[in-house]
Design a protein around this ligand. Structure first.
Ligand code: ADP
Ligand code: F6P
Length: 342
């Protein structure tokens, strides 16, 4: 069970000077973002603040797509994937001059504090805003990739992994009926976390991840050896889960290299199917708690930082700490996966 920070223990925050709060979603969408928006809006309103939704992330902020939210604005969304506020990638936001425009717009709308729901890229933008504009900005980790340092959880990961597992279960039915090798590509440009969890949960025979240390151990030969090992003990099908950012230059190239060694395979690219769909119970709970705590943090005078989860504790982690760091990836789990696949 999650434990909230001490500042969340207050029963009411109606005395806070934080009167006008805005919320936006940025970067890749993730199931559970709507539950987080709902929690931000309702926690803010319950404490007497006005809450504004900014549409289309930083790009929408620059176009002043700002709209007041009332309790019914977030009715009937907790179960919906995607983000009702919509999202965007906004390369111009890397320019200080662009952020200056964004800060002027926040000032014009008298926004006292901002909640950014997104990944580490969005948090870099959030840190820049808080430093350059002296406006409090807090972040809620929302990405299916689970690649943000200093948090054990990100909203959307659990749902994405469950979606991946359901699809692998279906692929396994046909793979075993036809005695086939399947390469199943999952999302994760720079992170093998989805592949690892989907692979272990889906009982994959091999899991290929992009993390730098592992490619040395993960060669085409080692994949062939694993297929042979399975065959020796009577397996006629083989599921290989491949993170999209793997070091083999993509799943199609890997299939070609296997083919050249006499191992014909089929490819299934799960792609954006993992980003959509109704959030799991876990993601709804996580998003609701982090959404509420993000607003408590603003009410309590926190100037900047991610509302992360460490163990069972919800903690504020300065955005500054995240810069240049990566989520830790443990090879131990790949070893466990290998042993389980024998
Ligand atoms: P995510 O938040 O999911 O990691 P991105 O990396 O695409 O997604 O970042 C989302 C957006 O955050 C970018 O399109 C950009 O607008 C903003 N952003 C990313 N990096 C920076 C940065 N260094 N400075 C300012 N804004 C940034
Ligand atoms: O960051 C989430 C993510 O889904 C990654 O796993 C993937 O590499 C990327 O976004 C895809 O981005 P886009 O939807 O812009 O193609």
């Amino acid at each position: 069970m999650l434990k909230v920070p001490a500042f969340s223990h207050k029963k009411t925050f109606t005395n806070s000077k934080m009167r006008r709060i805005a919320v936006l979603t940025s970067g890749g969408d993730a199931p559970g973002m709507n539950a987080a928006i709902r929690a931000v809006v309702r926690t803010g309103l319950a404490n007497g603040a006005q809450v504004f939704g900014i549409h289309r992330g930083y790009a929408g902020l620059l176009e002043e797509m700002i709209q007041p939210m009332v309790p019914s604005s977030v009715a009937n969304i907790i179960q919906r994937g995607g983000t009702i506020l919509r999202t965007s990638r906004c390369p111009e936001f890397l320019e200080k001059s662009t952020r200056k425009k964004a800060l002027a717009i926040l000032k014009k709308h008298q926004i006292d504090g901002l909640v950014v729901i997104g990944g580490d890229g969005s948090f870099r933008g959030a840190l820049a805003l808080s430093l350059e504009g002296k406006i409090p900005v807090v972040g809620i980790p929302g990405t299916i990739d689970m690649d943000i340092p200093f948090t054990d959880e990100t909203i959307g990961f659990d749902t994405a992994v469950n979606t991946g597992i359901q699809l692998i279960d279906k692929i396994r039915d046909t793979a075993s009926s036809h005695d086939r090798i399947f390469l199943v590509e999952v999302m994760g440009r720079n992170s093998g976390m989805i592949a690892l969890h989907t692979g272990i949960g889906g009982g994959a025979e091999s899991i290929i991840v992009p993390e730098s240390r592992t490619p040395k151990k993960q060669t085409v030969d080692s994949i062939c050896a694993s297929i042979d090992r399975g065959a020796r003990r009577g397996k006629t099908s083989h599921i290989i889960v491949v993170a999209e950012g793997c070091s083999f230059g993509g799943v199609t190239h890997l299939a070609e290299m296997l083919e050249a060694r006499g191992y014909g395979s089929h490819i299934a690219i799960l792609g954006h199917t993992q980003r959509g769909g109704s959030p799991s119970a876990h993601d709804r709970m996580l998003a609701s708690v982090l959404g509420a705590v993000s607003v408590h943090a603003l009410f309590s005078g926190i100037k900047e930082g991610m509302i992360g989860v460490q163990g069972e504790n919800v903690k504020v982690v300065s955005f500054k700490k995240l810069t240049g760091k990566r989520q830790k990836f443990s090879d131990d789990f790949l070893e466990i996966a290998k042993a389980l696949a024998v």
